[in-house]
Design a binder for this molecule. Structure first.
Ligand SMILES: [Fe+2]
Length: 341
């Protein structure tokens, strides 16, 4: 900001397409009241009542859906999944907010820790075994194929060091009758199988398609001195879904922004520093497309880790999501009623 001019950026295709930067005489993101479904909210992952926290047979609890069939859920499982899960029509990305788990997959076991993104393509089978008393995960399901942005290597992600795949020597030890659940767009189909479909002798060719990378090992991109747009590290072919690190980085405060083609959901993973009005691990924000926002500074002392989902399909919170959400102002991301300055 320079004197009484307020920069504003309007962009297409997230941060990838055309954009126009203007200076304005006052902020244009402020409002004192908002009614209707397309309103920015704070949302707290830890406050969503996850059905599988108390009943191991339950599925993750959906807290948001997009018009393009993207689904966001929460799982707070403390007991192993009592079935094998296989998604027929959706790729999955899981983010581990709290706790540790073993993903027992078709290709061995992948152990995950807080901050891990776990990539599970469709037709991959798995069950999860919590190895800590409690866990909390955000689960993204998309009808498209998710892959790493080729531009993320080597600058953002050192794949040789930071990408991990299941350990093929730690195979499923289950035996006997197994329930397999297959998810499709129209529901769930339950197979009772005489033997464990995850059992494996060895991998003889190729690379298991399940992988993980930790948020702390994804380098944020910054164009000094100003900062500039972030760069996504994972994407789908039509770019309906883009995933970013939004962790602290050098640079000034970003400009006011209209993101013409995307809804944004940001989750604060941990500090020590806050990200604007977000300081509680697992808390987040949803900014629907076409709503102007002016994010906080991204370089506070001590730093923080956060991540961003851009969804081409307009999002709506479910009743379970709304129960853990509150209206928000679009400057520092405080509750609307508390601080509109
Ligand atoms: Fe934005």
């Amino acid at each position: 900001m320079d004197g009484n001019t307020y920069p504003h950026n309007w962009s297409r295709e997230g941060f990838l397409g055309d954009f126009v930067v203007t200076l304005r005489p006052h902020p244009i993101n402020e409002y004192t009241e908002v009614t209707g479904p397309h309103a920015p909210h704070r949302i707290d992952l830890t406050a969503i009542k996850a059905a599988d926290a108390t009943d191991p047979a339950e599925l993750p609890t959906v807290f948001a859906r997009s018009r393009n069939d993207l689904t966001l859920s929460v799982s707070a499982r403390s007991e192993p999944t009592p079935f094998v899960w296989r998604n027929a029509e959706y790729d999955e990305v899981h983010f581990v907010q709290e706790g540790e788990l073993d993903y027992v997959t078709d290709w061995g076991t992948l152990s995950v820790v807080p901050g891990d993104f776990v990539f599970l393509p469709r037709a991959a089978s798995y069950r999860v075994v919590p190895t800590t008393e409690s866990t909390l995960r955000a689960i993204i399901e998309t009808p498209e194929m998710v892959s790493m942005n080729p531009l993320a290597q080597p600058g953002m992600i050192n794949a040789a060091r930071s990408v991990r795949r299941p350990d093929p020597t730690r195979t499923s030890r289950a035996s006997g009758e197994t329930t397999l659940l297959i998810r499709t767009a129209d529901g769930f189909t339950r197979f009772t199988m005489p033997r464990d479909p995850l059992a494996m002798t060895e991998v003889v060719y190729g690379q298991p398609p399940v992988w993980k990378v930790n948020l702390a090992e994804i380098q944020p991109v910054a164009y000094l001195p100003a900062g500039g747009p972030p760069l996504h590290f994972a994407e789908t072919p039509t770019k309906d879904l883009l995933l970013y690190t939004l962790s602290s980085r050098p640079g000034g405060r970003p400009p006011q922004h209209h993101n013409a083609d995307y809804d944004e959901i940001v989750f604060y993973f941990r500090g020590p520093a806050p990200y604007g009005g977000l300081s509680k691990p697992g808390s987040g924000i949803w900014i629907p497309k076409a709503v102007a926002h002016w994010g906080p500074r991204e370089d506070p002392e001590g730093g923080y880790l956060a991540w961003l989902i851009e969804s081409g399909g307009t999002l709506r919170l479910t009743s379970e999501g709304l129960a853990a959400a509150e209206l928000m102002e679009t400057s520092l991301f405080h509750p609307l009623k508390q601080d509109d300055a």
